[in-house]
Ligand binder design. Structure first.
Ligand code: NAI
Ligand code: 15L
Length: 265
């Protein structure tokens, strides 16, 4: 198998549970980590329960790791303090630890909320300015930038995936644009781990939906080709009223409902 040991953080979370078996073919050993319980280790797995904010624990966590899929952290808007601990201190600990361990490749689960204050009529690419819509989105911008710094300084390569909405199906009309199927997510991770050179890449995590706000041409070197589309869920949203609705910020901006949540300092 190509990698000796891959680390998946956030392994007890929604996407972590989906990915747990799917990433197995890519490494001899998959090390799973989360602050929450992950159950028993199965064949080919190692389980390390720890808090990303605990520097010493994270340094140990990275020992012997060739590549990281960083999905751990707070995944919705919260007050600044918990976001700072889990997402900002957490990702700083991670990069320092992987530098110490000699790890060369990371895939970072960033988020569309790093750019959530762009209007839905704007098409973005990897060079578009960030416009975070929350402390959560700000923490993802920090993660993307620390990844860039460790690439420029040490050559550690990271693919930052600005994930849209990765759930079994879209939950509202907005998600018809942001939907990212589990199969397409898995394929994007595979491309991110195995592309020969990724440097510091930003890519939008999205399926081949009819209406998308994101252009991935600047990440073509990953070779990602989506296979799924939200089109098959169109029947779930028969309401044909105007979208975006100019009186409703949650439909006008790419970040949707996150625009209403903060800041809760
Ligand atoms: P989730 O909230 O279900 O999973 C996150 C996991 O991280 C949880 O199991 C949690 O216990 C763990 N965690 C939180 N704080 C921690 C800490 N201090 N130390 C160690 N572990 C900690 O979220 P989900 O949906 O699985 O998302 C995974 C990643 O993908 C997150 O980083 C999220 O921001 C990102 N993402 C997900 C999207 C989606 O559509 N599901 C969209 C955009 C980004
Ligand atoms: C995210 O970043 C969240 O982690 C996820 O729970 C969804 O809210 C998603 O974005 C989204 O924008 O739909």
């Amino acid at each position: 198998r190509p990698f000796k040991r891959i680390l998946l953080t956030g392994a007890a979370g929604g996407l972590g549970k989906v990915l747990r078996d799917r990433i197995k073919p890519w490494a001899e050993v998959v090390r799973l980590s989360d602050v929450a319980d992950m159950g028993e280790a199965r064949e080919g797995e190692e389980i390390v329960q720890c808090d990303l904010a605990d520097k010493e624990a994270v340094i140990k966590l990275l020992e012997g790791v060739d590549a990281v899929l960083h999905f751990g952290g707070i995944s919705t808007e919260k007050p600044f303090e918990p976001i700072m601990q889990a997402n900002i201190l957490g990702v700083a600990n991670l990069y320092e630890a992987l530098h110490k361990a000699g790890t060369r490749r990371v895939v970072f689960a960033s988020s569309n909320h790093a750019i959530g204050y762009h209007h839905v009529n704007t098409v973005l690419d990897a060079n578009s300015p960030t416009r975070p819509d929350s402390y959560y989105g700000l923490s993802k911008v920090f993660g993307e930038q620390i990844a860039r710094y460790y690439f420029d300084r040490f050559g550690i390569e990271t693919v930052c995936i600005r994930i849209g909405s990765s759930f079994p199906e879209p939950a509202n009309k907005r998600m018809m644009s942001t939907y990212f199927s589990y199969d397409d997510l898995t394929e994007m991770l595979r491309c991110s781990l195995f592309a020969p050179r990724v440097g510091h890449t930003i890519i939008y995590g999205v399926s081949d939906n009819d209406s998308v706000w994101w252009d991935n041409r600047l990440a073509a070197h990953l070779g990602y080709k989506p296979k799924d589309s939200s089109a098959k869920f169109a029947h779930l949203f028969p309401d044909t009223s105007e979208f975006p609705d100019k009186d409703d910020v949650t439909t006008m901006y790419q970040g949707g409902k996150f625009l209403l949540d903060g800041p809760q300092y």
